[in-house]
Design a protein around this ligand. Structure first.
Ligand SMILES: C[S@@+](CC[C@H](N)C(=O)[O-])C[C@H]1O[C@@H](n2cnc3c(N)ncnc32)[C@H](O)[C@@H]1O
Length: 284
């Protein structure tokens, strides 16, 4: 059996991914190689046997077709929780980590908190909160049945591994009756809803591979966020907290919507320093 030095395979993969316009070619090549080898960290002196080299070539070719990295590997992570993802479900992004951290900070000192994750997708935010706060009762809602199936599988995997179970429902955040039994009782609402304006240009990872329902939200990107704000104001107890992810174009519109029923409205940057989520407290 012949083998190939990892360093050569990585250089080759990086070159192919660069030519395809992938924005982090070296890092993606390393993630794919680690995935093929089944290791958390690559040994620079490693060798790939024939089967592993062929598998890496296959995965690199998929990524070069601009299939999202997480669809190629089948997983993504948020808050230290690994969730399964694939076609039909949004890939949780590192951009959401600061929102998660903010939410968990607000729950400090609140025992048995009630949390709602609106537009949960793979369930990543809800599951990361349940992982960090085993005493929390976490509810989550998702409209797409494909995404909900991923969320249900991810939730089962986490509860089988010992995390507190979360409560998942299929539903629409525009439905005024959604979570009616929770009105006025919730400590924290988190949401990463669709917020891309319909005519915004996006890389092929999104335009060709992500489900449109997970991304697009009308001409201004606000169609779903408007309902998220309304629902959060019904769900939260006085003084309860909300955190909503959005894009650069929605910074002012989100703050404006929150003004009626919320106070301490603050915009926060993501890990790149771009405005990424807005937080507020329900007026007492
Ligand atoms: C940007 S993705 C975020 C998913 C997840 N929160 C995350 O951060 O990975 C938005 C999600 O909202 C869901 N969605 C879109 N419209 C919805 C609605 N009206 N009610 C509930 N969920 C909705 C989409 O199917 C998608 O899963």
């Amino acid at each position: 059996m012949t083998s190939r030095p990892l360093a050569h395979a990585l250089a080759d993969a990086e070159q192919k991914l660069t030519a395809a316009g992938v924005w982090a070619p070296r890092s993606d090549a390393e993630v794919l190689a680690a995935h093929v080898l089944g290791v958390g960290e690559l040994d620079p002196a490693a060798e790939l046997d024939t089967a592993a080299a062929a598998e890496l070539d296959r995965l690199v070719a998929r990524r070069a077709d601009r299939v999202p990295l997480a669809y190629v590997t089948g997983w993504a992570e948020l808050g230290g929780v690994r969730v399964s993802v694939g076609p039909g479900v949004f890939v949780p992004r590192p951009h959401t980590e600061p929102l998660l951290a903010w939410g968990l900070e607000r729950l400090r000192g609140v025992s048995d908190p009630v949390v709602v994750d609106l537009c949960t997708g793979s369930g990543a935010l809800a599951l990361a909160i349940a992982h960090a706060r085993p005493d929390a009762r976490v509810h989550a809602v998702e409209l797409s049945s494909v995404a909900l199936d991923f969320a249900l599988r991810n939730a089962k995997q986490q509860s089988d591994a010992g995390d507190t179970a979360i409560w998942l429902v299929q539903g629409d955040v525009t439905d005024p009756a959604l979570f009616r039994d929770l009105h006025g009782t919730v400590d924290l609402v988190v949401a990463n809803p669709p917020f891309v304006p319909n005519d915004m240009e996006m890389p092929p990872e999104w335009t060709e591979h992500h489900p449109p329902i997970a991304m697009y939200a009308g001409a201004d990107g606000m169609v779903v966020i408007r309902h998220v704000v309304l629902l959060a104001s019904r769900l939260l107890r006085p003084g309860g907290h909300v955190a909503i992810e959005h894009g650069d174009p929605q910074v002012h519109a989100v703050a404006e919507l929150l003004r009626d029923t919320f106070t301490d409205i603050t915009n926060h940057p993501d890990h790149h320093g771009d405005p990424r989520f807005t937080t507020a407290h329900r007026r007492v």
